[in-house]
Design a protein around this ligand. Structure first.
Ligand code: PGA
Length: 243
């Protein structure tokens, strides 16, 4: 794992943007694995800014998002499909036919199967990740097998609380209790992984991921085995690291 400690959120997001743009410029048909949450918002802002200023094109880029809430329509303002349109897709020249976010409604078991098939046929060039305060990646909660592929998950109470606070105005009852998520095996197949973590609330998970033992109790620790994994974290998220 390559660990970059940045001064703050802005500097970290800028560095992350450089890495994403490098992949896109080297391969204008690249497949990007994308993430939602508060973590990548600034990165997407910088990617949009670059598109407007420098014309970096997304017209042949394919995207696969990590996850989606179960039970929310794509048009629901808290759905991850909506989030991606709002923060990135609506502002760049991406072809929406090349955009993939797991569907959280309908026959989700079938959808998960189809998603795995698409991922097998379209290897991800760079997978962007955040990390949960409990060490989850995607919605792979503690206890998820490292062999897992796209599946329906039950969200842990800590995740429901984190997301209620950040996105649902504290209304815990409105946060879906389940989601559809790429599995850890899907994530590990990406050629490159870029994980971002900011703030004190992530420090414990970050320490476990980097310095702890590999365990399904901390899903992000699976990344210790990835051949090309870069972590960009701010000083607060790095505060418990011993080295
Ligand atoms: P956050 O979520 O970016 O909103 O902190 C990260 C995650 O749960 O993976």
């Amino acid at each position: 794992m390559k660990v970059i400690i940045a001064k703050n959120y802005e500097e970290a997001s800028q560095k992350a943007c450089e890495i994403m743009l490098d992949v896109i410029k080297n391969n204008p048909k690249a497949t990007l694995g994308l993430a939602t949450g508060s973590t990548p918002v600034k990165l997407y802002e910088y990617m949009v800014e670059d598109h407007k200023k420098n014309g970096t094109s997304y017209k042949d880029i394919q995207t696969y998002n990590l996850d989606e809430y179960f039970g929310l329509d794509q048009s629901h303002p808290q759905s991850y499909h909506y989030f991606m349109c709002k923060h990135l897709f609506n502002h760049v020249d991406i072809n929406m036919e090349n955009v993939h976010v797991p569907k959280g409604k309908g026959n989700v078991e079938e959808e998960a199967k189809a998603y795995n098939q698409m991922l097998a046929e379209n290897p991800v060039d760079i997978q962007l990740l955040g990390i949960g305060s409990n060490g989850h990646i995607g919605f792979n909660e503690p206890g998820t097998s490292f062999d897992s592929v796209t599946h329906v998950v039950d969200l842990k109470q800590s995740t429901i609380e984190d997301n209620a606070r950040l996105f649902f105005d504290g209304k815990i009852d409105e946060v879906p209790k389940q989601a559809v998520s790429m599995g850890i095996a899907n994530i590990m197949k990406a050629k490159k992984v870029l994980l971002l973590a900011f703030g004190e609330g992530k420090a414990k998970a970050v320490k476990g991921m980097i310095e702890g033992k590999k365990t399904i109790d901390l899903p992000a620790s699976a990344l210790q085995d990835h051949q090309d994994c870069t972590l960009i974290i701010d000083e607060a998220a790095a505060s418990l690291l011993s080295k």
